[in-house]
Every structure is written in structure tokens, then in C-alpha cells.
Design a protein around this ligand. Structure first.
Ligand SMILES: C[S@@+](CC[C@H](N)C(=O)[O-])C[C@H]1O[C@@H](n2cnc3c(N)ncnc32)[C@H](O)[C@@H]1O
Length: 260
């Protein structure tokens, strides 16, 4: 009996959840994949592109509750590829932004499995589009930073911010007091515009605009949420916010945040 040629693994960005924001390449690879391993945030409308007989597995994790550990995901990628299967590892947004792709690529390299990266639209860009606001409007910001509000054990807190940067904070968590305090501690002004967006680029998208002084009082909408802060957000118009206020009852609901 001959051993099958190892299959290829594709680390594919699924974008922020709107199927129309998938790349053509992501769709083509999904249509041809034998196996699709996806994160929690990837909606059914995106998975519909997989062929009917494909094995589709949710390997996501929420709020630290891991159904499948990262080590198990790495092992599955290697195992399926060794069986000669074409594997799509589908990650929300862009696969290389806060997606633990580094560990998966290391495992594949060690196992001698070929892999390819297919970029996707990261949540920060979906948020900017929802706000109709440039993150790098030269009149207000000279840079943009992507940070995580959720930290791997042993890693440092949010890095000190750069003046003139628009800050995009992924996985901000549900209690925004600590992040607000930290940004205030860096000397950022109380009136700095901040925006929290739930389900960016999805039909139930919700946007809350506030200031750094009030940020701690904001109750984020249903997960996933992303937080933006910076002078560039002063340009967010009332029109962009129309119809996005949260009903109080939804605001109070217990939520499950999506973490790495
Ligand atoms: C593990 S990170 C993955 C980020 C992803 N790779 C990306 O490029 O967008 C998950 C976090 O991304 C953010 N996120 C992803 N999709 C989002 C969406 N549609 N709306 C708001 N935030 C989103 C949230 O902060 C969420 O907790």
C-alpha cells in the first residue's frame, strides 16, 4: 500500500462575517476542500460555500472555554494533511491577526506540510467601514495600532500608546473600565472619542459612541466587539450611528466574549 502524498493546508481569512466580504480565493478553496476547520466567529452563511461532503468542524473557543485545545487543532491540521486531504483552516477576519496562526504554521512546518495563507478583511477594517471613517485620516492620525485586550498568560499589558495613533483594540472584554483607566493613565484626554462596535459588517451590527471618560460605563453589545479610540473618530457622523442604539434589555444580557 502506498502512503498518500500529503495534502495542502490553507489558512484562510473568512472576513468579519458578511459572506460578500469573502475573497474569491477563499470561496474557491472552500468549494474544493475535503476538510474545513473553522473558528466560532465564522457564520453558517460563510460555511455554505463548502462542498456537501466536506468534513466541517468547529474548533473555536469562547471566553477561554476551549472545546478543542490549540495543540489538538495543530495535530488535526497535520493529521488531515498527512492523509492527503485538502484542508481549509478558516479563521474570522484575517488569519494572521490575533488568530494564533503562528502556532499552527510552526506545527505544519515541523511536520513538513505545505501551507498557504489567504488574507481576509480584519475586524478593524470592517469597523472603519461601518463608521465611514478613515483610521488614518491625516488631519487626525498618523498611525493605527492593533492591540488585544485579552492577554496570553505571561504576556505584557497593552503597549504604551503612540501619540496621534488610532487605537483598535480587539477582544476588549465586557468590562471596559480597565482599558479606559489604562488609556487615561497614558495621558490620553478625557474627551478622546471612542467607539464600541458589536458584530461589525453583520446585519445586527451595533455601534456605541462615547468618550474615554465615559468608556467604562459602556456595556458592549453581543460578542464579538471591537473598541476603537482616537482623534480620527471625531469624524464619525451621526448618520453612521443612526439606528444602532442598543435596547436596554439586550445590553443587560449576559454575553460570551470571543477570545484567542
Ligand atoms: C481571536 S480575535 C480574531 C481576529 C480576526 N482574526 C480578525 O482579523 O478580525 C477575535 C476578536 O476579533 C474581533 N472581531 C472579529 N470579528 C468581529 C466583528 N464582526 N465585529 C466586531 N469585532 C470582531 C473581536 O474583538 C473578537 O473578540
Amino acid at each position: 500500500m502506498t502512503t498518500p502524498q500529503p495534502g495542502r493546508v490553507y489558512l484562510v481569512g473568512a472576513g468579519p462575517g458578511d459572506p460578500e466580504l469573502l475573497t474569491l480565493k477563499a470561496v474557491r478553496l472552500m468549494m474544493a476542500a475535503d476538510v474545513v476547520l473553522h473558528d466560532d466567529l465564522v457564520p453558517a452563511a460563510v460555511l455554505e460555500h463548502a462542498q456537501e461532503q466536506a468534513l466541517i468542524m468547529n474548533v473555536g473557543k469562547r471566553c477561554g472555554h476551549k472545546n478543542v485545545t490549540q495543540e489538538q487543532i495543530n495535530a488535526k491540521l497535520v493529521e488531515f494533511a498527512r492523509r492527503g486531504l485538502s484542508v481549509v483552516r478558516l479563521k474570522s477576519g484575517d488569519p494572521l491577526v490575533f488568530g494564533r496562526a503562528g502556532e499552527e504554521m510552526d506545527a505544519l512546518t515541523t511536520a513538513g506540510i505545505e501551507f498557504e495563507i489567504v488574507p481576509g478583511i480584519t475586524a478593524a477594517f470592517a469597523a472603519a467601514a461601518a463608521l465611514k471613517t478613515s483610521l488614518t485620516d491625516r488631519r487626525a492620525a498618523s498611525s493605527v495600532t492593533f492591540t488585544s485586550g485579552h492577554h496570553a498568560p505571561g504576556s505584557s499589558e497593552l503597549p504604551a500608546s503612540t501619540n496621534g495613533a488610532t487605537r483598535v483594540i480587539y477582544m476588549p472584554g465586557r468590562d471596559l473600565h480597565a482599558i479606559a483607566g489604562q488609556l487615561r493613565g497614558e495621558g490620553l484626554p478625557a474627551d478622546l472619542p471612542c467607539v464600541v462596535i458589536s458584530h461589525a459588517a453583520q446585519p445586527d451590527q451595533q455601534i456605541q459612541r462615547t468618550t474615554l471618560a465615559e468608556l467604562g460605563q459602556v456595556v458592549p453589545g453581543p460578542a464579538p466587539n471591537i473598541l476603537l479610540a482616537g482623534e480620527a473618530l471625531r469624524a464619525v457622523s451621526d448618520a453612521a450611528l443612526a439606528g444602532t442604539a442598543l435596547p436596554a434589555a439586550e445590553n443587560d444580557a449576559a454575553q460570551t466574549e470571543v477570545f484567542l
